[in-house]
Design a protein around this ligand. Sequence first.
Ligand SMILES: [Zn+2]
Ligand SMILES: [Zn+2]
Length: 168
Amino acid sequence: MSYVSNRVLKINVGFLLADGPGHLHTTRFDVPEVKVAEDLILNYVRGPLRLSRTKEGILVQGQLEVGINGECYRCLDAVTQNVTVDLEELFTYPLPHSSEFSVNDTAILDLGPLLRAEVLLSTARGLLCRPDCQGLCPDCGANLNHTTCTCRPEATDPRLAQLKDFVK
Ligand SMILES: [Zn+2]
Ligand SMILES: [Zn+2]
């Protein structure tokens, strides 16, 4: 396993909390293969991130490019896809928190759960190996991108069927 730990997604924002409302900090992610959660490994996470200190906590804004490994929902081939996720979320501070995300007692802002949620959202419709993926034959399971099968020679053009009737 060559991925890095999701520690890289935990940002210490102590300095920004101390600076007070109105201050902001910009950073840039360029992380290689990373295990975001037990069920999610990304090939990379890249892009700008902006952290703004507000009265309520830290507002996170960013546009991150992530590489996702998965399988095509039509043909089940392995797929690697580049997806851009837009992040905009308030991490409340101090506790008690009223939102889903918060900065913890040791001033750590964990981007992992938010990133995971956004990635799942953007891939909810499923990944495709290519826009015109032909999928699997429902009868024999052949991958119709790589091969043809003879399961349904009659499943032809309806106009041809009409022609057959006409000939009779
Ligand atoms: Zn496919
Ligand atoms: Zn078939």
